[in-house]
Design a protein around this ligand. Structure first.
Ligand SMILES: Cc1cc2nc3c(=O)[nH]c(=O)nc-3n(C[C@H](O)[C@H](O)[C@H](O)COP(=O)(O)O)c2cc1C
Length: 323
């Protein structure tokens, strides 16, 4: 039960990390996670090629100004392109750069990117070697347990990537075949921990403070990465931190949940503008309301409403009626 600092290359860092999540972990969300105790946040995965071609939407994702510590996650399959993109990330202020070798989406793996790299350890190794040679910040890699249950290779791949210059490895204990279903296999994380002498960050199925304790105990991982458990629940960081430090945790009240959702909404509107902000927030609002009593109709109304002021009013009257 510890909350000890980890050494990732030359970077001293605390152990509770926010996972990269595409379409989710933007600047406002990262800000809320940090307020609750997140020690290191990542951008969502960013295409190395899109950085090369200076795609404007991609540059928006690289907005990390004023955030520290922050990691930029890159995806791609060409070592030279990823090395050049890593240099850009470093110049933008990233404290570390992470290579995505876990994305299971058909469009990505079909291009030989994301989890497809787990089937090509030689290329994965070359990518890490070239990216690490291109930047002075630490390079980390996020992998899965393996491609499918017949080809579990996280421990041996972690070894190869560490030898190629990776400073830490995050292991999501599911295979590509599982996508996001089933349970994450923490035993594979434990095996990866034993296989390498760089920090291994455990990822998969942390929904409560006690899950983090159990993961630490069962795997010996140096750090923990939270993902879906934090959706609509940035307090998960506070809960896990309390568990790691052996403190009591007081969950937020219904009022506090609704207040947070409104604050998040306002932050996104300020960040993205009215229309794009509102569209982006729909999924987040649904996550905030998940599990709250009697919100089915409210969710439907929010999804069809195009006025943020009206949405705020709906959320506030929900609290009044449920006190
Ligand atoms: C909406 C969503 C987007 C994600 N995007 C990324 C991504 O950009 N890069 C990445 O490495 N993993 C991504 N993931 C995977 C998570 O980082 C994490 O590995 C996975 O959800 C397992 O952790 P969990 O069981 O705690 O959710 C994404 C997951 C979700 C749900």
């Amino acid at each position: 039960m510890t909350n000890n600092c980890i050494l990732v290359g030359n970077l001293k860092i605390n152990p509770l990390w926010l996972a990269p999540m595409a379409g989710v972990t933007d600047k406002p969300f990262r800000t809320l996670a940090r307020e609750q105790g997140c020690d290191l946040a990542f951008t969502e995965m960013i295409s190395g090629k899109a950085i090369e071609f200076k795609n404007p939407r991609t540059w928006d994702m690289l907005d990390i100004e004023g955030e520290s510590p922050i990691g930029v996650q890159l995806f791609g399959s060409c070592p030279q392109v990823l090395a050049a993109a890593a240099k850009v990330a470093q110049a933008e202020g990233a404290r570390l750069v992470d290579i995505n070798m876990g994305c299971p989406v058909p469009k990505i793996v079909g291009n030989g990117e994301g989890a497809a790299l787990m089937r090509h350890p030689q290329l994965a190794e070359t990518i890490v070697r070239q990216v690490a040679a291109a930047v002075s910040i630490p390079v980390t890699v996020k992998i899965r347990a393996g491609w499918d249950k017949t080809s579990i290779n996280a421990p041996s791949l972690a070894q190869r990537l560490a030898a190629a210059g990776a400073s830490a490895i995050t292991v999501h204990g599911r295979t590509r075949e599982q996508m996001y279903s089933g349970k994450a296999n923490w035993e594979i994380i434990a095996q990866a921990v034993k296989a390498v002498d760089i920090p291994v960050i455990g990822n998969g199925d942390i929904w409560k403070g006690r899950d983090a304790l159990a993961m630490q105990e069962q795997t010996g991982c140096a750090g923990i990465m939270l993902a879906r458990g934090a959706l609509g629940n940035p307090w998960l960081f506070a809960e896990v931190k309390a568990a790691l430090e052996g403190r009591e945790y007081q969950p937020p009240s219904l009022d506090q949940r609704i207040e947070m959702s409104i604050r998040h909404l306002r932050m996104e509107l300020a960040y993205r503008g009215q229309d794009r902000g509102l569209l982006f927030m729909r999924k987040h609002l649904a996550w905030y309301l998940k599990g709250m009593p009697g919100t089915a109709a409210l969710k439907g109304e929010i999804f069809t409403c195009t006025c943020s002021r009206t949405i705020e009013d709906m959320l506030l009257s929900y609290i009044k009626n449920h006190r």
